[in-house]
Design a protein around this ligand. Structure first.
Ligand code: ADP
Length: 375
């Protein structure tokens, strides 16, 4: 197991130096990225398309080289080392199995190429297959074109693991599977990563997948790492509005407010400044973040939410109320399942749970903090 460290890594693709046809110049794909993947942990990297996730993975793998900065595996500087000499295992969306070999041949191929003994190969393949369970042993006797997408990906992952990689790198490995197989395969990948305690980087655009797979999650935007932390850290202590809105479904409501030393105002409605915000507040415009579950309903001093659509979710024992506040602020409130159908409801933020950001959302002023519940 190794620790992977990126130290001020910059990667700029040549094509990006030119101004594009629409006259927009891109920044670097990676812009002074500092990141540490702890030994044995799975770090998910999540962010919108084009934010640099794949480039980050490629720089760790050596498929792309950093223009500046360093990549370390433990204390070894790997920045200029070729990919084949880094000992990484990689899984991409396409399984790339050797089509003319059965499952077992796919696992064994590496050993044949690297002149290991037959016994060594058999022992290692069996060890990994046993950990993967009885049904995986059946896959070893089948040709790739008789396997489903999920089964192919299981063989591809096993093929990676038998080689004993020091770091396991996965780029959207289950994006091509249907929803049911995705669920099953992600549970299996997570189990394997735990069992073999491999240091892993898991790239995805899907926040649910990132949360499920990662011991920690790195949120990226435009070549920058915005925040790295556990799900609770990102959810309860986001460092800016981008992270706050990226993590959580339905998303946090972002509401422009005006603060004074005495009150907080949303459009025409003002409340006395809550104690929770008093010590952090700045005067003037700010952005308030309220999660869908953090509204109190039917409060006399509430602000009126015009209800546009009511969605009952029996599996969650909840109703999602989609509505609009004065000032054309769209948001979702989570209410109990028996919330009666109606045109409007008066709501007040649950001040204990709100976040506050400076007006543009780039800096945080106050977060609710991680609840004691989880200690
Ligand atoms: P993501 O994985 O988050 O979708 P990428 O790392 O693939 O993002 O891309 C980051 C940025 O680098 C994007 O603007 C993308 O268009 C650009 N890019 C990626 N690969 C290349 C390449 N080979 N040549 C030029 N630009 C590239």
């Amino acid at each position: 197991m190794v620790k992977v460290k990126l130290d001020a890594v910059v990667k700029q693709y040549d094509a990006m130096d030119e101004v594009t046809l629409v006259g927009y110049k891109h920044g670097p794909a990676l812009d002074h990225v500092d990141l540490e993947i702890h030994s044995g942990e799975t770090l998910s990297v999540v962010g919108p398309s084009g934010c640099g996730k794949s480039t980050l993975l490629k720089v760790v793998a050596g498929l792309e080289y950093a223009d500046a900065g360093h990549v370390f595996y433990d204390t070894y500087d790997m920045t200029q080392i070729k990919p084949q000499d880094r000992g990484v295992g990689m899984i991409f969306q396409d399984y790339a199995l050797y089509p003319t070999m059965k499952g077992k041949g796919n696992l064994a191929y590496y050993f044949e190429q690297h002149s290991h003994s037959e016994e060594e190969m058999e022992a290692r393949v069996q060890q990994v297959a046993d950990r993967l369970g009885v049904d995986f042993n059946l896959l070893l006797g089948r040709m790739p074109d008789t396997l489903s997408g999920g089964e192919k990906q299981r063989v591809a992952i096993a093929r990676c693991i038998v080689r004993d990689p020091v770091v396991f790198l996965m780029d959207e490995p289950i994006v091509n599977l249907d929803a049911k197989r995705r669920e099953k395969t992600r549970i299996e990948i997570k189990k394997l990563l735990r069992q073999f305690a491999i240091t892993a980087l898991y790239v995805t655009h899907d926040q649910q997948e990132a949360i499920f797979m990662g011991d920690r999650i790195a949120v990226m935007r435009s070549g920058h790492i915005e925040q790295v932390g556990t799900f609770d850290e990102l959810y309860y202590t986001p460092q800016n509005l981008f992270v706050a809105t990226f993590i959580g479904t339905p998303p946090i409501a972002v509401i422009p407010v005006v603060l004074s030393s005495a009150e907080i105002r949303i459009v025409e409605t003002a409340w006395p400044l809550p104690l929770e915000l008093a010590e952090h507040s700045q005067q003037g415009a700010a952005s308030l973040g309220v999660r869908p579950s953090d509204w109190q309903m039917d409060q006399a001093d509430g602000i009126e939410l015009a209800i546009r659509h009511i969605e009952r979710i029996p599996t969650e024992q909840a109703t999602f109320i989609h509505g609009v506040l004065p000032g054309d602020i769209h948001l979702t409130v989570i209410a109990p399942l028996d919330f009666p159908t109606r045109q409007a409801v008066k709501i007040t933020p649950n001040w204990e749970h709100v976040s506050l950001f400076e007006a543009q959302g780039e800096a945080v002023l106050h977060t609710p903090g991680i609840p004691d519940l989880f200690d």
